[in-house]
Ligand binder design. Structure first.
Ligand code: GTP
Ligand code: MG
Length: 338
């Protein structure tokens, strides 16, 4: 058990600093624990090193980032699986596909293909392991009402064509007789519309309940999509609320998602837009929304750009284990292709 510490008790936080932090919305140890030094420097006129010390103390007090031994980590990592995107180029960039037990973030401007990738993964998750699927069901938290069952149908039909052509990128032909009936695929995709950021956070709990219910069925939940991760947070916090509050809630949300991924050996995929114009709450205009909170929690970040026609360019950013690089893929009516 961690003793409940008030943020005023943290070393380095005198009464004047406490007052300034409070004014800036940093009213809990947790809020400080997930802040960046720069944010505290600005909020409370602190030196960079004092700010770092306060954050480290807050992390300790809030038990953010506990330890486990390497053998435990290794054992868990043995069950990691890769989910194919449908493009062998994009799979290669990701080290074989989208990984379970982690969060993959696709970010890019409108039309860059984030929602299309989410649809394709919702289809591919349902394929057997031999076809680089996860033999699972899907939960989609849809914040912008962009889920389209018709696209799922197109993509299942696209798969059927690939099987008929014996497309070797699929890993196998359809000798096993995978049932490519679009209505069966649609039945295994559970979509919930999130009306605001609170609702979005609550839906992860609902997703966990559903995953629990489906755990011992033929198709346990193996993919959770949040499309878009940041749209509600961004809309709600422009001009009101505080940066600290927003960051703290986004951080909690990301941690709920990573827990979901671990508990269910599931893939979590989130989408994020890049900022078209600078705004005070979200900083740098060339960066994905959500800043370092999303960046530190997402294991894989993929930046998508539009190219000619159906072509898209994906770039892997900040991966802990894979080299940076780019892949070109296409969005066709039948789904993602090289
Ligand atoms: P925002 O959510 O607006 O930020 O964009 P996004 O990154 O989610 O873009 P999305 O995945 O919705 O990509 C839309 C693009 O996918 C379109 O501009 C088309 O290029 C392509 N696309 C969507 N549906 C089809 C289709 O049925 N056939 C083909 N060939 N392309 C499609
Ligand atoms: Mg979209």
């Amino acid at each position: 058990m961690v003793e409940k510490v008030s943020f005023e008790d943290l070393p380095g936080v005198g009464p004047a600093t406490a007052e300034k932090l409070k004014e800036a919305g940093f009213t809990t140890v947790e809020a400080i624990a997930v802040a960046s030094p720069g944010e505290l420097v600005t909020a409370a006129d602190l030196g960079e090193s004092t700010a770092s010390k306060i954050i480290i103390a807050a992390r300790k007090a809030a038990d953010v980032g506990g330890f486990e031994t390497g053998d435990v980590v290794l054992e868990r990592r043995k069950s990691i699986q890769k989910l194919t995107t449908g493009s062998s180029e994009l799979d290669r960039l990701l080290g074989g596909g989208v990984e379970t037990q982690s969060i993959t973030e696709f970010y890019g401007e409108f039309g860059s293909g984030k929602t299309q990738i989410a649809h394709q993964l919702a289809v591919n998750t349902q394929l057997p392991n031999e076809y680089n699927g996860l033999n699972g069901s899907v939960v989609i938290i849809d914040t912008e009402s962009t889920f389209r069952p018709e696209r799922i149908t197109h993509m299942v039909e696209g798969l059927k064509e690939r099987f008929e052509e014996n497309d070797s990128d699929l890993g196998a032909d359809n000798d096993d007789g995978v049932d490519l009936n679009p209505s069966q695929f649609l039945k295994r995709i559970h979509v919930a519309r999130a009306y605001n950021s609170n609702h979005q956070i609550l839906l992860v709990e609902a997703a966990s309940k559903l995953a629990e219910e489906l755990k011992d069925t033929e198709y346990p939940v193996r993919l959770l999509v949040v499309d878009s991760l940041t749209a509600h947070f961004r809309a709600e916090y422009v001009g009101r609320g505080t940066l600290a509050d927003r960051q703290q809630r986004l951080n909690k949300h990301m941690h709920d998602l990573i827990r979901f991924a671990g508990l269910n050996n599931a893939t979590v995929v989130v989408t994020n837009q890049v900022m078209s114009k600078p705004d005070a709450f979200f900083g740098d205009p060339t960066k994905p929304i959500g800043g370092h909170i999303v960046g530190h929690t997402a294991t894989f970040r993929v930046y998508l750009r539009k190219s000619k026609g159906e072509k898209r360019i994906a770039r892997l950013v900040d991966s802990p284990s894979l080299p940076e690089g780019e892949a070109i893929f296409s969005i066709t009516t039948g789904g993602l292709r090289d």
